[in-house]
Design a binder for this molecule. Structure first.
Ligand code: GDP
Ligand code: MN
Length: 377
């Protein structure tokens, strides 16, 4: 999960890095108040989950509260880099003497955690790196090992540092590296890390936390939950993967591959999927009941396809879940059900008793899709 800049910065600050004081504002008036509270010059930044804002005009300096209000006014509601700007971050402006790029990235290819540094940081980093200006330095660290200060300092001292104090930079990089480890980051990038008045200040931060580690990152998990819609939150609690889509045909599948193939077949038949729901491996009555309730919730859903290849999972459990959900969501809309696997006969027998549930006993998903197309015609 990608953590929004201001949340990422407060996590960084807790890990001992220096970040500017800042406030989030949703209106131009709030931006003016924030600027007044912060005192002096500020920068007003579009809070959108992508980089490249500086070059696209999404980071505006403002010397007064009135200027901050005007800057927020031009940013809020605007489309920028494919996102609508709904919030801005108003931050104390920092006069950078030099902009450094510093990042920690999990390098899947080499199996190492890479500490990446360039003294040519800022919005031109990609251009500079490609043109060979401003070397990009990379230190590969064995996962699970601590990164001692002397190692980073020694590594930096072997490079041309253009006047930056190696001890200061090394100390910041060690904190950054430790922050990435503590936060289970797959990517932690500070660009620019600004040298200002003898300090190194993180002016921007991109943090991506490993989704598989959210269980031990309660604060990041809380942000994740807050960002999700109510249905996504329920899906997460059920333990299923769920993506709402724009169509009007519900879909439940067991396994992402089966789900994608079924999505394609629905599209080919002229049906528009309303969601992608993958139950994963552990099918229980409770899970299937919750999943059916979830996909049938939007009133625009006209019918649904349940495509389960259970293997050793007991399909009778799935049938019980479908029957239970039928009690709560009603039988007005058709359900086409193809369940295969352990106890399939018992499952079919139970499902065939249910009104407006249509059981497909063959393996081909095409048959189930054609049946559903007929029913919702
Ligand atoms: P990005 O372009 O989306 O990565 O957004 P950044 O947050 O990195 O901002 C882009 C550029 O704006 C930075 O490279 C800085 O040069 C500048 N910038 C950001 N924050 C400040 C600040 O507090 N003071 C000053 N002077 N410049 C800033
Ligand atoms: Mn940046």
């Amino acid at each position: 999960m990608i953590v929004t800049e201001h949340h990422a910065k407060s996590l960084l600050a807790r890990c001992g890095l220096t970040t500017p004081q800042g406030r989030v504002a949703c209106t131009a008036a709030e931006a003016a108040t924030a600027a007044r509270d912060l005192g002096g010059a500020v920068v007003v930044k579009a809070l959108i989950p992508v980089g490249g804002r500086g070059k696209a005009g999404g980071v505006l300096p403002a010397v007064s509260p009135a200027a901050a209000e005007a800057a927020a006014g031009t940013l809020l509601g605007r489309e920028l880099l494919g996102h609508t700007v709904r919030e801005v971050l108003v931050e104390q402006a920092v006069r950078a003497e030099q902009e450094i790029y510093a990042g920690v990235v999990v390098n899947a290819a080499s199996g190492s955690i890479d500490l990446v540094v360039s003294l040519a940081g800022g919005v031109e980093i990609e251009v500079a790196a490609q043109a060979g200006r401003g070397r990009v330095l990379s230190l590969a660290v064995e996962p699970g090992t601590a990164l001692p200060l002397h190692r980073v300092r020694g590594w930096l001292e072997a490079q041309p540092l253009q006047g930056i104090d190696a001890t200061l930079l090394a100390a910041t990089l060690v904190r950054l590296f430790q922050a990435a480890a503590d936060l289970d980051a797959v990517l932690l990038e500070v660009n620019p890390l600004a040298l200002a008045g003898g300090a190194l200040i993180a002016l921007d931060c991109k943090l991506e936390v490993d989704d598989n580690a959210l269980f031990r990152q309660p604060e990041v998990m809380a942000l994740y939950r807050a960002a999700l819609g109510a249905r996504e939150r329920r899906a997460r609690e059920l333990g299923v993967s769920f993506v709402p889509l724009q169509g009007d045909i519900g879909l439940i599948s067991s396994g992402a591959g089966l789900g994608m193939a079924t999505l394609d077949l629905l599209q080919q038949a002229g049906l528009r999927p309303a969601d992608f729901l993958d139950t994963g491996g552990g099918i229980s009555e409770q899970l299937v009941k919750g999943a059916v309730e979830l996909i049938m919730e939007p009133p625009e859903v006209r019918g649904a396809l349940i495509n389960l290849y259970g293997g050793i999972n007991r399909m009778l459990e799935a049938a019980k879940g479908i029957a239970a959900a039928r009690e709560t969501v009603g039988a007005r809309r058709p359900l086409v059900v193809k369940v295969l696997g352990n106890q399939q006969e018992e499952a079919w027998a139970m499902l065939e008793q249910l009104p407006n549930v249509h059981v497909i006993r063959v393996t081909q998903t095409e048959v189930a899709v054609a049946r559903l197309a007929e029913l919702v015609g």
